[in-house]
Design a protein around this ligand. Structure first.
Ligand SMILES: [Zn+2]
Length: 437
């Protein structure tokens, strides 16, 4: 049997998770033990079971009531009702994966679940009764969670089955710095400065509702919020919000609160964060809202320079054609599409005209004139390259992940005067990364 190192480290990852992350030293021990078993030709499953047993993970295979599950339980079988299904995109071992998560309940209680296994073929819906086998329980954010890995089975129970789920106990209130908020949290307390307030009307199941939304900030970061009740929020006011919940979309988390929450003014002084975040962290989260990054321009990509936009829909024209509106009289525009490397990762950044002009020291009219004189629009791109390649920049915007990697449309982009030491460190990191590829 050929066992790759990835197989080993995947198994070790799962064992370590199941044992409630016992620390780096223990991990090393587990890893070498596991490798030793495999070297001796012990089948993977057997090696897992033995190690799990040796390092203290209880095993059980009888079907269990959810209330009796405990952190560290292995090989868990439960019959439960799906109370919610959500998905989230993550990068695992360099690959995009969809993680399924939500709550599961039976007549004894409820538990959150998370599945690395692809559940798409099951088309799970709220209310489905499922039979889960070979799952394991660990702790996540201080709470128990049922995990489905590659070896777990899940299937829908056919036919009607009644299952009354007791109401979950109210989540304990917890205060979070904004940077530590993740999607799916309940009973969240935050203290933050309101940076903007807008409002819009949305249609809900119970009719039209006004939602108040904007940005708020603390020392650790900035986050979007939506308030489903008029708390009279004002810009620059610091408020304490209790009983909020969070949601996540494309790696961007937002805070939501409504009339059941308590919102009070706070005397706390807040200097909003201007901290930059490593691109690696944005990558890990799958996106970021209002993120500041610092890095070096390593590429000026096709689509930079003078472009034409459709006067009706503002989309970029290709050879004078709009995808939707056909041949139109385009509006000239200027943009830079660049790749920024901060030593921890790369990000595709699109910089619009207003931010591009000061960066290249020329405005749209000047660029047009030069392109006409040279009979070649590429002179503008050459000029961009000369002005920006390998220059350190400070950039702000919303980063999100799609099929082409991480991308951001800049809300702000400035050249950065890095001190030499910092710059050298970044350059060295970058070289190391390149060698590693
Ligand atoms: Zn158009």
């Amino acid at each position: 049997m050929v066992v790759s190192n990835t197989d080993i480290s995947r198994n070790v990852d799962e064992i370590v998770r199941a044992l409630g992350k016992p620390g780096e030293a223990k991990r090393k021990e587990i890893e070498s033990e596991f490798a030793r078993y495999i070297d001796h030709g012990v089948p993977m499953e057997e090696a897992r079971r033995t190690i799990m047993h040796k390092f203290g993970g209880a095993t059980l295979s009888a079907q269990k009531g959810i209330a009796s599950l405990q952190t560290g339980d292995m090989d868990v079988n439960v019959l439960g009702k799906i109370l919610s299904v959500n998905t989230r995109q993550v990068v695992a071992r360099g690959e995009n994966k969809t993680v399924y998560f939500g709550f599961l309940g039976d007549e004894t209680g409820t538990i959150s679940y998370s599945s690395f296994k692809d559940l798409a073929p099951l088309n799970l819906q709220k209310g489905d009764i499922v039979r889960i086998e070979h799952a394991y329980v660990n702790e996540y954010n201080g709470k128990m969670r049922l995990n489905l890995g590659d070896r777990s089975n899940i299937k829908k129970e056919e036919g009607k089955m009644e299952m009354n789920i007791p109401a979950p106990p109210a989540a304990e209130a917890k205060e979070y710095p904004l940077a530590e908020l993740k999607g799916g949290l309940r009973n969240v307390t935050v203290t933050a400065k309101i940076e903007s307030v807008g409002q819009r009307t949305v249609e809900t199941k119970t009719g039209a509702k006004v939602v108040y939304f904007g940005k708020m900030a603390d020392e650790t970061g900035t986050i979007r919020y939506s308030s489903w009740h008029d708390f009279g929020l004002k810009q620059d006011e610091v408020v304490k919000i209790e009983g909020a919940y969070t949601r996540e979309w494309q790696g961007m988390v937002d805070v939501n609160f409504d009339e059941r929450c308590k919102v009070s003014k706070s005397d706390k002084k807040i200097e909003a964060s201007t901290k930059t975040i490593p691109i690696r962290d944005i990558e890990a989260k799958g996106g970021a809202y209002d993120a500041s990054i610092e890095g070096v321009v390593v590429d000026i990509r096709p689509g930079s320079g003078l472009i034409s936009r459709c006067p009706q829909c503002n989309k970029t024209l290709l050879k004078g054609q709009c995808k939707e509106h056909g041949a139109v009289d385009g509006k000239p525009d200027l943009r830079i599409r660049t790749v920024i490397d901060d030593g921890t990762g790369t990000l595709n950044v699109t910089i619009g005209r207003e931010l591009s002009e000061p960066l290249i020291g020329k405005n749209l009219e000047q660029c047009k004139t030069e392109a006409q004189k040279a009979f070649d629009p590429e002179v503008v791109v050459d000029h961009m390259r000369k002005s920006l390649m390998l220059k350190p920049m400070s950039i702000k915007g919303n980063a999100k992940k799609d099929d082409f990697g991480l991308s951001m449309i800049a809300n702000d982009a400035k050249p950065l005067a890095l001190d030499r030491a910092k710059l050298r460190e970044k350059a060295e990191n970058m070289l190391e990364n390149m060698e590693a590829i």
